[in-house]
Write a new protein. Structure first.
Ligand code: ZN
Length: 136
């Protein structure tokens, strides 16, 4: 879809720290991470929200989410993770291409989930790109 930043990542018009790609989905690091290793999984096709994506494609993306979440947890030594998916602006959706946040968590990390608060350092993104890819 024209003007969609995530579609541009899919088509490589915009670079991202991609850590996984298959026929239908890609995963890449969030530029404004809520925690180290915060990763997004999206379908390659453009759908705005969970209410728009066809069931079969949702199923395929779910398989990618499970695989990527396992790698994120291993790479970050996380004790848990949040899977967050916002729909429409009222719910905090900023990019209107359906995406799933995988946020690694540690006990007592004090994290109150907030998105888009602070841009990551490039060196930090490069580190987590390498570490998570090792576990895919
Ligand atoms: Zn899009």
């Amino acid at each position: 879809m024209d003007g969609c930043i995530f579609c541009k990542i899919v088509s490589n018009e915009i670079t991202a720290k991609k850590i996984f790609e298959d026929e239908n989905s890609i995963a890449f690091l969030d530029l404004y991470p809520a925690a180290k290793g915060h990763t997004l999984v999206i379908p390659k096709n453009h759908y705005a929200t969970l209410l728009d994506i066809p069931e079969m494609e949702l199923k395929e993306v779910s398989q990618a989410i499970q695989k990527v979440a396992a790698a994120v947890v291993k790479a970050t030594n996380a004790e848990g993770f949040n899977l967050v998916q916002n729909n429409r602006e009222a719910a905090g959706q900023v990019v209107h291409h359906i995406h799933f946040h995988i946020v690694p968590r540690h006990k007592d990390d004090g994290l109150k989930l907030a998105f888009g608060s602070k841009e990551a350092e490039p060196s930090e993104l490069a580190h987590w790109e390498t570490q998570i890819k090792k576990h895919i």
